[in-house]
Write a protein that binds this ligand. Structure first.
Ligand SMILES: [Zn+2]
Length: 139
């Protein structure tokens, strides 16, 4: 099981880009269609951009057309859900279990043709993709 990673804002700022800090630590959202991994379908694993914990396999990624990377399931235990009542809507926020970094939200019952009928809508900047050779694909 992943260990809890705790850092101060200053420490996170030192390792994350401005945009990553805004999204991951301040629960921001990148602009739709701007993420480097939105249309990426190479085989590999998506890690947390903040702490490098593996979160999603490419085999669970699908094209939702929503403008952000979409997955129908996470690696077991890698992602933790919280109810988010921001903006007057009840949504399910997903964070990296290991470091608490904001990933995005889970939407259910949208009838995408996936095994779970869930869409993990994840900010591309919250992820680091590594292909099967271990090569990191840059943002
Ligand atoms: Zn993390």
């Amino acid at each position: 099981m992943a260990t809890k990673i705790e850092k101060s804002d200053e420490e996170w700022r030192a390792i994350l880009s401005r945009e990553q800090f805004r999204v991951i630590r301040e629960k921001g959202t990148e602009r739709a269609g701007t993420g480097a991994y939105d249309k990426l379908y190479d085989e590999g694993v998506y890690h947390c951009a903040a702490c490098n914990t593996p979160l999603y396999k490419s085999t669970t990624k699908f094209n939702s057309g929503c403008g952000w990377p979409a997955f129908f399931d996470a690696l077991p235990g890698a992602v933790t859900r919280h109810v988010d009542n921001a903006w007057g809507m009840e949504r399910i926020e997903i964070v990296c279990t290991a470091c608490g970094g904001h990933l995005g939200h889970v939407f259910k019952g949208e009838k995408f043709d996936t095994p779970t009928d869930e869409r993990h809508c994840v900010n591309s900047v919250s992820l680091t993709f590594t292909d099967t050779d271990g090569t990191v694909k840059p943002q």
